[in-house]
Write a protein that binds this ligand. Structure first.
Ligand code: WQD
Length: 340
């Protein structure tokens, strides 16, 4: 089976490519390298012993994408990761996000239709839930007004699949990720934020390694046990494995629905302080942090109900927050040439 991964040299895409290759799939990767580098394809080969077929291609370059599909036939399914994903940046540059994430996806879906590729696994996000009224969130929890242009592009992407699946042979599995973190056990691939990290865990590891002075905790006066925000952190390898289960489901036509949604989380929430304590425990380092003001757009708490993915996809997250911190720290040390 030939699977095309868009954004496959990115953080979640590269870990998914590893799991697919290890499971015997043939993997093609397109990426415009706006937030990753081509060397990741070599690392994927080093880990699996099998080479993904990489092409530098931009979903927003319609003619280039048309040519790609002309030259690469017999694709059985697409896993679509390629998108900008920094919540804060999307507030500052909304049109860049709408153009890249929405126009890029329209191009992809139209080319898939023209090439009779009927299966797509879509990288969506718990961001679509906004500040949920009831926790844990299930797939039937209301999708609320997006808190950012980024979140809105994920909602539009989902709606495109719901609508297109109704009037065509397109079958979709929509995966709503909670907070991906951690890195591959080999420490050969992991999260590579460009510039100052938006996300908590890379900021923690860059502070611990000495690349950042101090971690600022964005507020500790929330209505939570220790006053800091709660999130459902999920190991990127667990997340990658869920894509295998999603592919199996869609290729085997097990589902009666043509567009199916799954939450991908652990079902457990951890506060910012709990993440920091976990990191200090596994790294045996005292983290330099201070309490700062709240961050605009943060939801207070969100974590998932994982029953549907467990029972219908037959997938369950296996790794805990300590392993997420340990693999993140090992990865940070590997990329920073850290000597003890
Ligand atoms: C987590 C908590 C911050 C940095 C992410 C992705 C988004 C989506 C959902 C994929 C918050 C706090 C952070 C820092 C801090 N994923 N924090 N100091 O906001 O839940 O969103 O997951 O679609 O794309 O961005 O994750 O890691 O930014 O923040 O205190 O330096 O950590 O305020 O409470 P978030 P995050």
């Amino acid at each position: 089976m030939r699977i095309l991964i868009t954004g496959g040299t990115g953080y979640i895409g590269s870990h998914t490519a590893v799991e697919l290759l290890n499971s015997g799939y043939e993997v093609l990767i397109i990426d415009n390298l706006s937030n990753s580098n081509a060397g990741v394809a070599d690392k994927i080969e080093k880990i699996t012993g099998r080479k993904p077929i990489f092409s530098k291609t931009d979903l927003c370059d319609r003619s280039g994408l048309k040519e790609y599909f002309r030259e690469n036939k017999n694709i059985d399914a697409v896993i679509h990761f390629a998108a900008f994903k920094a919540v804060g940046e999307s507030v500052q540059k909304p049109l860049m996000y709408y153009s890249n994430n929405i126009s890029g996806m329209i191009n992809l879906l139209e080319e898939m239709s023209e090439n009779k590729i009927e299966n797509i696994v879509y990288s969506s996000s718990c961001t679509v839930y906004g500040e949920a009224d009831k926790l844990p969130v299930t797939e039937d929890s209301p999708v609320k007004k997006a808190e950012s242009p980024y979140g809105f592009t994920k909602q539009v992407g989902e709606q495109m699949l719901f609508d297109a699946s109704k009037v065509s042979d397109l079958h979709s599995v929509i995966l709503r990720y909670f907070n991906p973190t951690g890195a591959h056990d080999s420490a050969l691939i992991g999260e590579l934020p460009v510039g100052i990290p938006n996300n908590l865990v890379p900021y923690i590891t860059q502070t611990a390694i000495g690349e950042r002075e101090v971690l600022t905790v964005n507020g500790n006066d929330y209505d939570t046990p220790d006053g800091t925000n709660i999130r459902d952190y999920i190991h990127v390898v667990d997340l990658a494995k869920a894509h295998l289960s999603a592919l199996d489901r869609i290729l085997s036509r097990k589902s009666s629905e043509k567009a199916e949604v799954f939450n991908l989380g652990t079902g457990k929430g951890n506060s910012v302080m709990e993440v920091i304590k976990s990191f200090e425990k596994v790294s045996n380092k005292k983290l330099n942090y201070r309490i700062g003001p709240r961050r605009e757009g943060d939801v207070v708490s969100i974590y998932s109900e994982t029953k549907k993915a467990n029972e219908v996809l037959g997938w369950k997250a296996e790794r805990d927050i300590d392993n997420m911190m340990l693999t993140s720290w090992n990865w940070q040390k590997a990329i920073s040439g850290y000597k003890k």
